[in-house]
Structures are given as C-alpha cells and as structure tokens.
Write a protein that binds this ligand. Sequence first.
Ligand SMILES: [Zn+2]
Ligand SMILES: [Zn+2]
Length: 177
Amino acid sequence: MQEKHILIRIEQCLALAQASNCPRRKFGALLLDPKRNVVLMDGYNGGPRGGSRLCGGEVCLRDELGIPSGTRIEIGCHHAEMNVICNAAAAGVPCAGAWLIVTGEPCLLCAKLIHHAGITKVIVVQGGYKGENGIDYLKQNHVEVEWRSLPQNPKSLQESNVFKRSGSEIEDKSLPK
Ligand SMILES: [Zn+2]
Ligand SMILES: [Zn+2]
C-alpha cells in the first residue's frame, strides 16, 4: 500500500472514531485492500446496531461496575475491530489478505477474530489505547503489526499535493465560464 494512502486512511480512521457514542473511549477500524489502496469496510465501537444500549448510555457500564481494562470483555461496547469484521461479513466483503488500521491495540478476542478472518497486517495508530494483550497473539500467529504515530500536524496533509490537485480540478469545473 502506498505511503500516501496509509497516511490518509489513518486520518480517516481517527475521524471515524468520533462516530462512537461510547462514553469511555472512541475507537475506529478500517479494513483496507493493500493492492488497490482502498477502504473495504469500516467500523467503530458502540452498542448493538439498532438495538439495545449495551454500553450503559451516558455512563460506561465498565466504569460503573469497576471492571479493569482487558477483563470481562463481554461487558461494554462491541469493539471497533469486531464491528468492522461483522460489517464485512454482513456485506460479503472478503477479509482474507486485507489490512486493518485501528486506533488502539486490539484485545485478545479481537486479535483472534482478526487472525481467523485472514487479515494479514494490523496498523496500530499510536496515542490510542495501550496495554491490551492481543498484540502478542497476533505476532504469534504471524499477523504483521506496525505502529504508526498520530499525525503531528493534520494541516500539513491538507497543504500537501495530496489534496491540492483534486481541489483545483473541482474548482475549475465549478467556476462559471
Ligand atoms: Zn463503550
Ligand atoms: Zn477488542
């Protein structure tokens, strides 16, 4: 996958995480096709789709019950990684050979799903949540893990040529002649 696209997808993943209504933490996950440089599917953490409020509404059930991170993962949100894999399954999008960008280290259960779905590489955006125990599992099962730092200056990406060309093209077409 081209470096330019990886950087853009990291920004996309961070923006997507904001869609989460979890009062505890917001995570995003993007499934990528590394050969075609495109997003195949996305997901973020939260309650059941169109269903009950698993997360506890305004307060996090995990905080309320004093459950330490990385334990009792059946309580709380669906994780972003679970959701992106379920979204892919629902839409018939293949995960085999795909890459995944996540905004925090996957937990053990998500690591199991990632590996078994055939995802070959996970890019973890640093600055997100750390300390889950899925990373070792991924490595042991030959899923490549790469850490990326948070974009230092998001404006620099907008000012770069990445966006300039398409912007001017749109402008040219919309201007009255
Ligand atoms: Zn939550
Ligand atoms: Zn998880």
